[in-house]
Design a protein around this ligand. Structure first.
Ligand code: FMN
Length: 181
């Protein structure tokens, strides 16, 4: 079946759902869910999120230079997705939905207490890609409560949420082993 090309991204899924926390130049907290995101480089450790210039997340990253990627788990997934709601600039979505935050180790943006994996990032550069802007961040600290001995996530505890598109979400399911030559 041929797919109208502007629906292509729905087929590049499911994608990991994250909650990005930032602060503005008055120190006010912002939080928004994202799923256009991923790793770029192991060393130096780099990741990307893809945002729109109209979003408070983008404005804050440009103003204050850092952000935290909080990985979303099933136990706070609905609250994380509800952070999508557009409030006036400066309103803390975490407070609105009943999530909690705490100081990060290395960056000014706070991390979400309920999240089990946090990537603290310093803004490196942006690349215009079209209707979204690729934001590249260097990871300066990472912590995780739910890892196996090799530092891979234990998904039975993490319960990562994935987005297909719109309101279609999935829970990470069965782990399988594949041989790598
Ligand atoms: C699960 C989910 C994933 C999303 N992923 C993205 C994304 O990758 N990029 C994007 O620009 N917007 C994404 N959005 C929409 C933003 O969260 C939304 O525009 C939000 O209002 C931005 O908030 P802000 O203005 O406080 O930064 C997503 C929304 C949801 C619910």
């Amino acid at each position: 079946m041929e797919i109208p090309i502007n629906h292509w991204y729905k087929l590049f899924s499911p994608r990991v759902v994250i909650l990005v926390t930032t602060i503005d130049d008055e120190g006010r907290i912002n939080a928004a869910p994202y799923s256009f995101c991923g790793p770029l480089s192991i060393n130096p450790p780099m990741l990307y999120i893809s945002a729109r210039s109209s979003q408070d997340t983008y404005k804050n990253i440009k103003k204050t230079g850092d952000f935290v990627v909080n990985v979303v788990s099933e136990d706070f997934a609905q609250k994380a997705v509800s952070c999508e709601k557009k409030y006036p600039y400066g309103v803390n979505e975490l407070e609105k939905v009943g999530l909690h935050w705490e100081d990060s180790k290395k960056v000014k943006s706070p991390k979400v207490t309920e999240a089990k994996i946090h990537f603290e990032c310093e803004f490196v550069k942006e690349v215009e890609t079209g209707d979204h802007i690729l934001i590249i961040g260097e990871i300066v600290a990472v912590d995780a409560d739910v890892v196996k001995e090799n530092y891979s996530p234990d998904f039975t505890k993490l319960k990562t949420i994935l987005q297909s598109s719109g309101e279609d979400f999935f829970l990470v399911g069965k782990e399988i082993k594949l041989k790598r030559e």
